[in-house]
Design a protein. Sequence first.
Length: 147
Amino acid sequence: MYFEDLEVWKAARVLTNKIYGITKDVAFSKDFGLRDQIRRASVSIMSNIAEGYERGGNQEFIQFLSIAKGSCGEVRCQLYISGDQNYINQNELKPLIEHCKRISIMINNFMEHLKGSRYKGSKYKMPEKKSMKETMDEMMRKINKKD
């Protein structure tokens, strides 16, 4: 599997292409600071997902996903600014905001999955499979420990 196979990376790529599309508009393209910042932030989302994946360890991947999630929030904020400045109309703005929110949720869910996984990443050995009895014994120890 490659980072290009990740649905969250694909969604970030779609967002980046949409951001590049809207920032080509004449009025938007003249606001060099905002145009460049929103482009960099959108590229950061997909780049950090890719880089984290390629690091080969879940802990590092979670770190990079966290950065990607932050960049997604940054893009969302800059989209509001773009709407406030009338660079984007409300019909364009709302779906982009929703797309950003979906990506943030996807990233968050992916991070939670990685945190709970016994698999630590491709640069580590696969964890040994436990038998059903071992799994049940472990669960019972945890339950009894809470009492």
